[in-house]
Design a protein around this ligand. Sequence first.
Ligand SMILES: CC(C)(COP(=O)(O)OP(=O)(O)OC[C@H]1O[C@@H](n2cnc3c(N)ncnc32)[C@H](O)[C@@H]1OP(=O)(O)O)[C@@H](O)C(=O)NCCC(=O)NCCS
Length: 194
Amino acid sequence: MEKQPILATRRLLLRAFDPGDAREVQRLCGDYAVAATTLLPYPYPDGLAEVWIASLREGIERGDAAAFAVTLAGEGGLIGGVRLRIDTDHARGELGFWVARRCWGRGYATEAVRAVIEYGFSTLGLHRVHAHHFSRNPASGRVMEKCGMVYEGRLRHHVRKWGVYEDVDLWGIVREPPPHGEAQIPSPLRRTPV
Ligand SMILES: CC(C)(COP(=O)(O)OP(=O)(O)OC[C@H]1O[C@@H](n2cnc3c(N)ncnc32)[C@H](O)[C@@H]1OP(=O)(O)O)[C@@H](O)C(=O)NCCC(=O)NCCS
């Protein structure tokens, strides 16, 4: 998608979702282990991935979403997704993310989420990024912590998942103002050393 750049990290390429990703999204998000700690339905119904990808693309066009398919650099296989729901009035974005079960525990979520937070601050001009996760899903909280987010509290029984009320933990990160005076330095003064 033209409105959104490709983000490259050490091991990953983050690109826009494409309608051709639908089958793989359905397969990976159709994993019970991924559905169990998100608001995804289980089993994952036919057609939902197509609708979801189309809605992300519309959100990017409107400017109220950023959404990246997480792929392995080199081989290019889809292994996850990271999205920001953007509230432009408040210059804030809400993060959501998932990684394919077979790839858990290798630092991929952390690497991808860090890149998207940086994109949100530096390119989208966000002031705050926030997220929440089921309190029983500490791996997600750990990803947020490793990305510099700060624990902001717990909402009790905030979500009903499969008929059970669940607590959720809140995390956030606020863009630090630049060091005094830095914003005034005209860019031509930032010369590359020869
Ligand atoms: C949560 C999720 C994205 C993590 O992905 P990942 O690629 O495995 O994450 P990372 O490898 O970058 O980091 C995971 C961290 O959680 C830690 N962790 C894993 N299980 C844990 C547990 N039960 N308790 C505490 N920490 C745990 C890991 O040790 C690692 O931290 P470390 O680097 O300090 O060792 C992945 O499990 C997932 O997609 N789950 C299903 C969807 C979901 O829950 N999404 C988040 C919704 S908000």
